[in-house]
Design a protein around this ligand. Structure first.
Ligand SMILES: [Zn+2]
Length: 334
């Protein structure tokens, strides 16, 4: 039996529980980070004439680096561009927490005041973005200028390739929310796969199996799992006809052993999640055109870039999740 006293106790407990929860932050409540970011990029474009998608490209690349690296903290605001404190205030600046744009500039720090509050703050999105925009502006506004600026910024060809790719994706789509995924095959075909990451390979010496094999019939369409840009396409002795697509989280998606590519898919093509890029086959393990050395399947690999190197991680959990989402979407449509 519920007595009044018991109900009061329950209500009190509920109240105590709720008041112990952290308050809802503005971000969780109603702020859309894509909207906030786009507004910041466009504002800096107005001030500096640097196309907003260049700023977006560096920012998304840096967001990926923060995810991949332990030596960088999570971003406090909406912008992920990272500058070391020392670089910001100037290496010889005795005040490591300097926020005065005049003394920072005197000590050859790069930190600038982007919102006119008289301070150059590493924790201020506008100051950080403005500092980057001024840097890019000093090289000019063409794609080639942008690549040169990136080369001096990162000193790594792969970083230049990834960031330039991000810029082209944003330029084409004119929006930032491009992080949804799709399963790599249409659900109405027969296919099977299990977790095979790390298995020993039969061909090509002592390499581990860096991916998941999805067995299906010849010419089952292969779909891009993400929005991205075609970074590599063509023949590879191991992978046969293969496509590599870079997404906006700096992840490289590798599709191998294809029977052929979809028309119009070339190096530099911008693809959407779910777009057909090629067809299932058994190519590979030899010189160009070799096929039939194993049953037809898609070898799917995922590689993460941390700004220094790239490594593979197990795509199986992602595949399972995208498949589940696709099945749910199909069900709710029916
Ligand atoms: Zn494989």
């Amino acid at each position: 039996m519920f007595t009044l006293r018991r109900i009061i106790c329950l209500l009190l407990a509920l109240f105590l529980y709720l008041s112990s929860l952290p308050p809802l932050t503005a971000e969780a409540a109603d702020v859309n980070p894509y909207q906030e970011r786009l507004a910041l990029y466009k504002k800096m474009e107005t001030v500096t004439n640097v196309p907003w998608y260049y700023l977006a490209a560096v920012d998304s690349y840096e967001r990926g680096l923060r995810k991949a690296r332990r030596d960088r903290p999570d971003a406090e605001g909406f912008i992920s561009i990272y500058y070391a404190q020392e670089e910001w205030v100037g290496p010889l600046n005795p005040n490591k927490d300097d926020v005065d744009p005049t003394t920072i500039s005197l000590f050859e720090g790069i930190g600038l005041d982007g919102n006119g509050d008289g301070k150059a703050l590493l924790s201020d999105d506008e100051d950080v973005l403005y500092t980057l925009a001024r840097y890019l502006e000093s090289y000019g506004f063409t794609e080639e200028d942008f690549r040169i600026a990136l080369w001096h910024f990162y000193q790594r060809e792969q970083s230049v390739t990834i960031v330039s790719g991000h810029a082209l994706i944003y330029k084409q789509h004119q929006r930032l929310d491009l992080h949804n995924h799709a399963f790599v095959m249409p659900l109405n075909h027969n296919y099977s796969y299990k977790s095979t990451w790390g298995d020993r390979r039969g061909w090509g010496g002592r390499r581990i199996h860096e991916g998941t094999d999805l067995f299906a019939n010849y010419n089952v369409p292969i779909q891009s799992s993400s929005h991205g840009i075609v970074e590599t396409i063509g023949w590879n002795p191991y992978g046969g006809w293969r496509v590599g697509i870079r997404d906006l989280d700096n992840i490289y998606h590798y599709y191998a052993h294809l029977n052929g590519f979809e028309k119009g898919i070339e190096k530099g093509t911008i693809v959407e999640a779910g777009q057909i890029i090629g067809y299932c086959g058994s190519s590979g393990y030899g010189k160009p055109g070799t096929q039939g050395k194993f049953p037809p399947h898609l070898h799917y690999g995922m590689y993460r870039d941390n700004g220094i190197t790239e490594w593979s991680f197990d795509p199986f959990p992602s595949l399972k999740q995208w498949e589940r989402t696709a099945k749910q979407a199909k069900k709710s449509k029916a």
